[in-house]
Design a binder for this molecule. Structure first.
Ligand SMILES: [Zn+2]
Length: 539
């Protein structure tokens, strides 16, 4: 795989300096945006300074390296993280403020030869530690892309971390990314050919970029995800920004009516929370997992709602909102959102592989889900990859999901514990086998536990076989490997990558990269809204 050509470690972000105490920003100045990227290049060192703005406040982060100019983009990402840290220190009333660190910076090349920068930001908040992945397609130059990737990653959680007046609006740095992407003037590209010279300042994005972006995409759609664990609704604009949202606990019953009632109520709450009269809704998009006859608005069957058969889903929403209603599979919706606003932004042919007890696959081609019959490639978890493999819940033996689903990871661990292989897993699970989760296994594998690591690697080998089959069938530019919680997905992706690199299958991946999704739980609802917008535009 043509991956990970360059890496920058977290050490640069530790050059972050003193806290800057300022008054907390008020609701009138809510949008964290990119103001400037400035590079200073001298004979033996490079310094990047990145300034973020929030209303009247400015947060500048700097990172310097005694390298040649080719590392300027890595320094730019580190400087961005430092600036974000300053923003957090300023905007939080509680102490200590959350800390952000640049954990990893990597580049990949897509099948069509385009470069993508991925930034992994470590967010430490109290006792919790989260890794956030952001990515951006290199369009103008590497420095601005590295800044965009770092902002993209951090924005995943800024909304929930910021003080209440900032809560919704801190997500607005998606808008900064949008304006960055659209900015025709490239930031100075610093490469080996750049000789020591005067300090170069990049032009700031035009002040009107945001307003312009808004005015050209006024349509707002309502996305609704009907899941067993949760029901989510959000009013979403064309750039993927949630303008209002409502969450409700899941409701699984033999009859669909109670679930639909909760979903309708959540959708109405999100619609009612839209502030301005100009935020009128254009269409509603529903997402649910299972077999669908999308054109008829019918859910034929669903794992999440096992008792449902041939349930008409769209009609109650059409009746309630007097709007056209679209229906899309939940995995298709998540994949669509990642292509529109997330880790696969800008790519055309992408698969999403969702790893849980079952394996679900969604395919996006040219901005549309690929659906053949009622499921598209969604049943790929039941392709047989080892004829004498373990029994799958479908009755067949050796299905991909029986060998690479999250249950198989747990089964391998329990098998090896039974063989007496030493491990810290049992103690970590307080000697209760039922407390061994994929998350725990991945955590201990990362900490060096040999049994956990071996089970993860074995699962990765079977995951890689199925992924190679998908590449053979679909020739995608990227495959998003998804699992919840996201560190499990990242660990399984990395295990598969390792297996791919050391097998003959590696050549199949010369045009395809494996990515981790960036949008988390919000993906399906954003995708349902995006699909509704797409349907509206092509109606
Ligand atoms: Zn099966």
């Amino acid at each position: 795989m043509e991956t990970q050509a360059h890496r920058a470690g977290p050490e640069r972000s530790r050059q972050s300096a003193r806290a800057v105490r300022m008054e907390a920003a008020g609701p009138a100045c809510p949008r964290l945006r990119l103001e400037e990227v400035r590079l200073s290049v001298s004979a033996n060192s490079t310094e990047a300074r990145v300034t973020l703005g929030l209303g009247p406040h400015r947060f500048t982060g700097a990172a310097a390296g005694h390298h040649d100019g080719s590392l300027a983009w890595q320094l730019a990402a580190a400087a961005t993280v430092t600036a974000i840290q300053r923003y957090l220190q300023q905007s939080r009333a509680d102490h200590p403020a959350p800390r952000v660190q640049l954990a990893d910076l990597a580049t990949t090349t897509t099948g069509t030869g385009r470069a993508v920068i991925h930034a992994t930001i470590k967010l430490v908040h109290g006792t919790s530690e989260t890794h956030l992945l952001g990515s951006a397609l290199v369009r103008n130059d590497w420095c601005s892309t590295a800044v965009a990737a770092a902002l993209d990653a951090t924005s995943r959680r800024l909304a929930s971390l910021a003080l209440s007046p900032l809560t919704l609006e801190a997500e607005g740095d998606e808008q900064a990314l949008a304006s960055l992407d659209r900015r025709p003037a490239a930031l100075p590209s610093v490469g080996r050919d750049d000789r020591p010279g005067p300090e170069m300042a990049a032009p700031s994005p035009p002040a009107s970029a945001l307003a312009h972006h808004r005015s050209e995409s006024p349509a707002v759609t309502l996305g609704v995800e009907i899941g067993a664990g949760a029901i989510r609704a959000a009013a979403v604009d064309a750039s993927g920004r949630k303008l209002a949202e409502a969450h409700r606990p899941g409701c699984v019953a033999a009859e669909p009516e109670p679930t639909l009632a909760v979903a309708l109520e959540a959708a109405s709450a999100a619609a009612a929370a839209l502030h301005s009269s100009t935020d009128g809704l254009a269409r509603v998009g529903l997402a649910i997992s299972g077999r669908l006859r999308a054109g008829d608005g019918v859910c034929v069957s669903s794992h999440d709602f096992p008792a449902w058969r041939e349930v008409q889903l769209t009609a109650p929403f059409a009746q309630e909102f007097h709007l056209p209603v679209s229906l899309i599979g939940a995995a298709d919706a998540a994949a669509l959102a990642e292509v529109g606003f997330g880790a696969a932004k800008g790519l055309s042919h992408v698969l999403l592989v969702r790893l849980a007890r079952e394996i679900t696959v969604a395919a996006i081609s040219e901005g549309r889900p690929v659906v053949l019959g009622e499921v598209g490639p969604g049943q790929a978890g039941h392709m047989v990859i080892a004829a004498d493999g373990p029994r799958c819940q479908c009755g067949e033996s050796g299905c991909w999901q029986a060998l690479a689903g999250t249950d198989s990871l747990i089964s391998r661990v329990i098998r090896d514990i039974g063989r007496g292989v030493p491990t810290a897993l049992l103690a970590a699970a307080e000697n209760r086998a039922e407390a061994i989760t994929p998350e725990l296994i991945c955590r201990l594998a990362a900490g060096g536990d040999a049994l956990a690591r071996s089970a993860l690697e074995e699962t990765g080998r079977y995951l890689a076989i199925g992924l190679a089959n998908l590449v053979t069938l679909f020739d995608p530019e990227a495959i998003l490997v998804d699992s919840a919680p996201s560190p499990v997905g990242v660990a399984l992706r990395q295990a598969a990558e390792k297996a791919i690199k050391t097998s003959a299958r590696g050549r199949l991946f010369s045009r395809c990269v494996l990515l981790s999704p960036a949008l988390g739980e919000a993906a399906a609802v954003l995708g349902a809204a995006a699909w509704a917008a797409h349907q509206a535009a092509h109606a």
